[in-house]
Design a protein around this ligand. Structure first.
Ligand code: ZN
Ligand code: ZN
Length: 251
């Protein structure tokens, strides 16, 4: 049997009525990873070294910024910026020679080399995030366990059938992982998953459409029922869970 530290959370997520149970697991993982980055990780020299090098994506820097205590974040930023500056400062010599180039012509050889260096250095940093890495790693385990349970655990298979499907990203990830993870059962699983997704997307469409109709004065007495929160559920279905932002516009 697969490790319980993964099977229990997956089962629990499927006990609730989420638009995407995998997103719910991802949200929990993300929360824990951000908390760790600003907490226990501060005392882990290895983690600090790696985070100085890799940094965080904009989404996770934003979440870290939302934490009340700004000191751990400032410490992370201070040492990460130091690493980034070292990389940029390596270009100093090249910058001088570019500045001094005569004739107003951009010299292909020397110029392009610098641009490649800038692209490579910054492109790499933009793509790496300590929180994303940690979350992705655990999510791979969860997806693997989900597939395993779908094949081997009849109770779970029934839960999956009753669920609201998954978001499009997790739909893709489940389909991509199935052949490696459950091999011979992959075809059956993917076929079921596609059909499930088609009917769940139709349900979402019916709800969001009903929501728009409510704005017509002729429908003002129409009961919205479940469609009352269709906008948020539609976004969750299309692109995963959202992080609310403070809207100061009066409505
Ligand atoms: Zn999802
Ligand atoms: Zn990230």
């Amino acid at each position: 049997m697969k490790e319980q530290i993964y099977t229990i959370p997956v089962n629990e997520a499927y006990d609730k009525d989420y638009e995407c149970p995998l997103c719910e697991l991802e949200k929990q993982q993300e929360y824990e990873a951000v908390k760790y980055a600003l907490g226990a990780a501060m005392m882990e020299p290895d983690f600090r070294m790696e985070s100085n090098e890799k940094g965080y994506c904009n989404r996770h820097f934003s979440q870290m910024f939302d934490a009340k205590n700004k000191l751990p974040l400032a410490l992370v930023l201070d040492t990460h910026l130091l690493e980034l500056r070292k990389k940029i400062e390596k270009l100093e010599k090249a910058a001088k020679s570019l500045e001094n180039e005569k004739g107003g012509l951009f010299k292909k050889n020397s110029g392009e080399k610098v641009i490649t260096e800038i692209s490579e250095t910054l492109g790499k940093t933009e793509k790496t995030c300590m929180v994303c890495e940690k979350v992705n790693h655990t999510m791979e385990r969860y997806i693997d366990v989900l597939l395993y349970m779908w094949v081997n655990d009849e109770n779970f298979r029934e839960k999956f059938a009753r669920s609201r499907g998954v978001c499009l990203k997790h739909f893709r990830e489940l389909a991509e992982t199935a052949p490696k993870s459950i091999k011979g059962d992959a075809g059956k699983f993917i076929g079921m998953l596609i059909n499930k997704e088609i009917s769940e997307l139709k349900r979402i469409q019916d709800d969001i459409h009903k929501f728009t109709l409510k704005f017509d004065y002729r429908n003002r007495d129409m009961e919205l029922g479940e469609a009352i929160n269709a906008p948020v559920r539609t976004i969750e279905k299309i692109s995963g869970y959202i992080t609310p932002y403070e809207d100061d516009e009066q409505s």
